[in-house]
Design a protein around this ligand. Structure first.
Ligand SMILES: [Zn+2]
Length: 183
């Protein structure tokens, strides 16, 4: 099920057109593109990028399927995530509004820590398998104010000015065309 928060913000990544939300798919009312919804996660990848993703999906499904679940009690104590929250949380307190968007959310540890503070979080990643892992983790961790979207940073499927704060760490070095993503 696509959350209302996402319905209000999503647009077609190919043409920015308005969308129609059905149970297991999303259709662009402007260009006619159809996007899958897998386990409640909208897969908002333009067709050519989706093809590439599908080629790699068996590997990542296997990889994330075998990755042990985070030890939830340990996550807030992990030094690498503390060094992120120490900087991101004060920025959220100063500038954040509406929702926190993580571009390249990986396994969702930052989403968890912010959601636990009561912040609405959107996790964005180009790997459906990573997002399925994140969904399992966040559910097990007992937070519910999270929203997950699969997509490409160069083709953001969001209407302009609908993301209250955008953060991406360890992400833009993984692809070409960073300027488009940053713009
Ligand atoms: Zn479209």
């Amino acid at each position: 099920m696509i959350t209302q928060l996402l319905k209000d913000k999503l647009a077609c990544p190919s043409c920015m057109g308005p969308l129609r939300f059905d149970n297991d798919s999303i259709k662009c009312l402007s260009c006619g593109a159809v996007y899958e919804v897998i386990d409640g996660i909208p897969i908002m990848l333009p067709a050519d990028i989706k093809k590439q993703s599908d080629k790699e999906s068996a590997f990542w499904e296997d990889y994330w399927g075998k990755t042990p679940m985070h030890d939830i009690a340990e996550v807030p104590k992990q030094a690498d995530i503390i060094s992120v929250t120490d900087h991101v949380v004060p920025l959220w307190d100063k500038y954040g509004k509406d929702c926190f968007f993580e571009a390249g959310c990986g396994t969702g540890r930052l989403l968890y820590l912010l959601a636990k503070k009561g912040i609405n979080v959107i996790g964005y990643d180009n790997s459906p398998a990573a997002l399925k892992y994140t969904a399992r983790f966040l559910k097990a961790a007992g937070v519910s104010n999270y929203h997950l979207v699969c997509g490409d940073m160069r083709y953001l499927p969001f209407k302009d000015n609908t993301l209250g704060m955008i953060y991406g760490g360890g992400s833009i070095e993984h692809f070409d065309g960073q300027q488009k993503a940053i713009n």
